[in-house]
Design a protein around this ligand. Structure first.
Ligand SMILES: Cc1cc2nc3c(=O)[nH]c(=O)nc-3n(C[C@H](O)[C@H](O)[C@H](O)COP(=O)(O)O)c2cc1C
Length: 349
C-alpha cells in the first residue's frame, strides 16, 4: 500500500502526489520547459558522476554542520524557492518553515509565496528571500521591504528568467485552476498584478549593488551556469553564486548543473561560496554535489512533494537525506562537510 513509509523516496513521493494532487498542480510541479530535455537530464547527470572513496579515515562521528554566509547551518542541503506550496498542502510554506526551524535547515522563500513573510518568519526558521526584479525597479521595493521586516537574512536574485519560458500543459494550467488567494500574498494591496509579475529584461551587474543597498542584505545570484558569469557576479558584489537551470524550467537544453558546477568552481576559486540545485534526489546526490564543488545543495521538487504530508513529511525527507548523506560520507572517508571538497572525491572523466 502506498503511503506507509519509514523513509522518503522521491519516486514514492511522486507516485503519492499523482494520486493526491489535482492534475494541473502535479503537472506544474514536474514539467520542464520546451521538450523537457534539461529537466530530464538533471538527475541523470549527478548519477553519471563517480566517487573515489578514501579509506583508513576516522568516520566514527560525522558532522553535517556547515557555514553559509558566515552562519552555521545544521545541514548542507536546503530548500529551494518554489511557488504554490499551499496548493500541495494547506499550510504550505509555513509547514515547510516549521520543519526547517526544527532541523536547523535553511529555507529560501519564493517571492510568489502563498503565505505571508511574517507567518514564515514567525516559525523561527532561518530564511532567505528569492526575488525577481521588475522592469521598473521601484515596483520591486515593497516586497523586498516586507521580507526584510519579516527577518529575511539574504536575498536570492533569480537571473535566469528575463521571460518565463513556454511550458506545454495537457489541460488547464495551474494558474486557471488555483485559488487566487494563494498567489502573490506579499505584494502590496491594490498593486497591479500584471505589472508586478513582469520580469526585468535588462538586468545587469549594477542590480546586485542596487539590491544590496535597498535591503542591506547579502545578495546571492541564482541561475548561473558559466564560470565567466559567476566571476562577473562576484566582482559586482554578490555574496555567493547559485548554479541552477531553474529545475529545467527555463532554457531547455541548458547544460546540466552537474556539468556546470566544476567550471564555476574553477573560475571563482576555493573561497567564494557556490551553491547548486537541479535533479538532486537523494543524500548520496548531495555528497556528489558537494564533491563537485558546491558549498550547499538545494532541492525544489523533493521537499515540495514531501510537503504533501505537511511538516511531518518534510521532516521525514530531511531525516532520510541526512541519514543517507551520513552513510555516504562514512563510506567515502569524510567526517565533516568542509573535508569533502579538499578530499578530491570526484573522479574526473
Ligand atoms: C514548482 C516549482 C516552482 C518554482 N518556483 C520558483 C520561484 O518562484 N523562484 C525561483 O527562483 N525558482 C523557482 N523554481 C526553481 C527552484 O528554485 C529550483 O531551481 C529547482 O526546482 C531545482 O530543481 P529540482 O526541482 O530538480 O530540485 C521552481 C521550481 C519548481 C519545481
Amino acid at each position: 500500500m502506498r503511503g506507509v513509509s519509514t523513509g522518503y523516496r522521491f519516486a514514492d513521493a511522486l507516485a503519492r502526489a499523482g494520486d493526491a494532487l489535482p492534475a494541473p498542480v502535479l503537472e506544474y510541479l514536474m514539467t520542464g520547459a520546451g521538450e523537457g530535455i534539461s529537466a530530464a537530464e538533471a538527475g541523470e547527470a549527478w548519477r553519471a558522476l563517480r566517487l573515489r572513496p578514501r579509506v583508513l579515515r576516522d568516520v566514527s562521528t560525522v558532522d553535517l554542520t556547515t557555514q553559509l554566509l558566515g552562519e552555521a547551518t545544521h545541514l548542507p542541503f536546503a530548500v529551494a524557492p518554489t511557488t504554490l506550496q499551499r496548493a500541495v498542502h494547506p499550510e504550505g510554506e509555513v509547514a515547510m518553515a516549521r520543519a526547517c526551524a526544527t532541523a536547523g535547515q535553511l529555507l529560501v522563500v519564493s517571492s510568489n509565496a502563498g503565505s505571508t513573510f511574517a507567518e514564515i518568519g514567525a516559525t523561527g526558521a532561518r530564511w532567505w528571500l528569492q526575488a525577481y526584479l521588475t522592469q521598473d525597479r521601484s515596483r520591486s521595493a515593497p516586497v523586498l521591504e516586507t521580507a526584510v521586516a519579516a527577518g529575511a537574512q539574504a536575498v536570492v536574485l533569480t537571473v535566469d528568467t528575463p521571460v518565463v519560458s513556454t511550458k506545454r500543459y495537457a489541460g488547464d494550467t495551474v494558474w486557471e485552476a488555483t485559488d487566487p488567494a494563494l498567489l502573490r500574498v506579499n505584494f502590496p494591496v491594490g498593486a497591479d498584478p500584471a505589472q508586478d509579475a513582469e520580469k526585468a529584461t535588462d538586468l545587469g551587474p549594477a542590480d546586485i549593488a542596487w539590491l544590496t543597498t535597498v535591503t542591506g542584505l547579502p545578495v546571492v545570484v541564482k541561475g548561473v551556469l558559466r564560470g565567466d558569469d559567476a566571476v562577473r557576479c562576484l566582482e559586482a558584489g554578490a555574496a555567493a553564486v547559485w548554479v541552477s537551470s531553474h529545475g529545467g524550467r527555463q532554457l531547455d537544453r541548458a547544460v546540466p548543473t552537474a556539468s556546470a558546477l566544476p567550471e564555476v568552481r574553477d573560475a571563482v576559486g576555493e573561497h567564494a561560496e557556490v551553491y547548486v540545485d537541479g535533479g538532486v534526489r537523494t543524500g548520496l546526490d548531495v555528497l556528489v554535489a558537494l564533491a563537485a564543488g558546491a558549498d550547499a545543495v538545494f532541492a525544489g521538487r523533493a521537499p515540495v512533494l514531501a510537503l504533501l504530508d505537511g511538516e511531518e513529511g518534510v521532516w521525514t525527507w530531511q531525516q532520510t537525506w541526512a541519514a543517507e548523506l551520513v552513510e555516504a560520507m562514512r563510506l567515502a572517508g569524510v567526517a565533516t562537510v568542509p573535508q569533502v571538497r579538499p578530499a578530491g572525491l570526484l573522479a574526473r572523466p
